[in-house]
Design a protein around this ligand. Sequence first.
Ligand SMILES: Cc1cc2nc3c(=O)[nH]c(=O)nc-3n(C[C@H](O)[C@H](O)[C@H](O)COP(=O)(O)OP(=O)(O)OC[C@H]3O[C@@H](n4cnc5c(N)ncnc54)[C@H](O)[C@@H]3O)c2cc1C
Length: 555
Amino acid sequence: MAQGDLNLPAFLATWHAWTLDPQRPTHLHVLALSHNAASVHAACRVARTTIAAYAPPIGLASAIATHSSSGQAFHALADLLQQVTDQCWGLLPGMHRLRFAHGHVTLTLCVGDSPEYAALMRQHPTGPCLPPADLGSETARTVTVIGSGISGAGTARALAERGWQVTVLDAGSTPAAGASGVPVGVIAPHTSHDDSTVSRLTRAGVRLMRHTLQTWLNEGNDWVSTGVLERRLPGKTRRGGVPLSWLNELAEVAQDWTHKAPHPAPDDAYWHAKGAWLRPAQLVRALLDHPNIRWQGHAKPDALKYVASHSNGTALGDETPFPATWQVLQAGTVLAEACRVVIAAGPGSAALVASATTDGSSPLINPVRGQISWGLMADLPHGTPLPASPVNGNGAFVHSVSTDEGPAWFVGSTFDRLNDQPDVLADDHQENHSRLAALLPDTAHVLAPLFGVPNTAQGEPTHAVANGLKTAPDAPYTVRGWAGIRCGTPDRFPVVGAVPHAPEGLWINAAMGSRGLTLALLCGEILAARWQGEPLPVEAKMAKAMDAARFTFKP
Ligand SMILES: Cc1cc2nc3c(=O)[nH]c(=O)nc-3n(C[C@H](O)[C@H](O)[C@H](O)COP(=O)(O)OP(=O)(O)OC[C@H]3O[C@@H](n4cnc5c(N)ncnc54)[C@H](O)[C@@H]3O)c2cc1C
């Protein structure tokens, strides 16, 4: 329902009624406008006062009153309000989707005065969400998702939660067999002077990812909300920085996201308060664990075939209509058949798309190899200086991450365009050491011998380390490695949407580049919202920036 100006008591009452309704729809969406963050906080205070009127009396009567229907409603509404206020942080101008009840109830706050918001309210009047007419029949809600990295698992989960029967196929023997198998990853928002589309997208992505991590994983073992220190090192292509308004009128709200890191951090450092590290494979497994999702490994389709709708055409005329379906084939054998297909196969996506488009075209998706170097905390030299939180910049350093062998540290990663070989390379360990030397020179100095980089007896950083040179390529090293293939597009935005030049029902969610852990779930939600005719979780222009139709490539 579209509320217009935010009315929190009405939202809480609707949500409460939804929880009590045995016939409730799977999702409840409420859209509301608010001038700025301060007016949202004021609305929270008004709601608190309104609900307080229903508080049970204190004293002898309280035990009875607590169990009365108004007493129960008071406690329920007070609990829901607390959940809302807990999420009312970082409400910069823009759209913010607050999620409750495992994402089944959403409150989308449109903060600011963009004309798009009024149009959004008109597009989604109160009532059931209506799937767009051009998406065809919703009768048979089956889908095959190809790829079970974070993109495929996130999409599968978003659709399964909305009632779709989902088959997930993956070439690997376990989920997260590709880039999402990276042993640890960092999430943090991107910032820019003009608060660009990518900056806004990453904030929406971080908010969703944090909610998902809090809902499905154990904090401490599978992820930790550490905050992330970002160093703006010389030579980075992106200049970084934050909008001027974040230092002035929006300073208080922006603090929730990003601000200059206080002393003793280096002058170039920014602090991302909502940053975190996570073990992506754990999340992938948790997302796939849903009764509507069937996962199948060792399945490497090489072609997709559209079977148009038809009828059985018996002589008696009792023709049964069969909806159009997509067959997913491996060496001519049908692995799965469903009304729709979502390709989320990372670097394998473009070839699958090309097998299904009428002209052999596909989005331009390129592989980018990356290697991480790591070791166990127990093997660190005594007294190794360690930062309090993950540090990123041109690469990242994270420590005290759980692994099967014990807590570990990680540094990486390399960025090798147009290379799709996931072998671990000695040269890449050295490159990672150079990245560490730029980020955390003292730590790099102590760890140098583990990387096969000669260290000096005087305790000064070596010339090689200080200058990031690759020396002693054949020196022994004891760091371990993990390498994988990300994939990206020329404009660095993911590719999300209906595949152009293909029959209806073929979709893609891929090309997450180096920000898959921040963006992939958001992209899955955008896809699911489009299928269901729900309000998008981000402004339309942001979804458009990632749309699959923005470019195609014909070999
Ligand atoms: C070293 C490294 C470090 C990274 N660090 C970070 C980080 O700190 N933060 C961050 O946000 N991102 C990071 N990334 C990027 C992030 O890991 C990716 O963006 C993200 O995992 C991509 O997820 P995906 O599901 O799109 O692709 P993948 O995880 O690659 O999943 C694709 C899946 O498709 C399967 N597949 C491929 N072809 C086929 C086929 N024909 N049929 C069936 N299955 C197929 C594969 O087996 C795989 O399971 C890092 C990546 C690397 C390599």
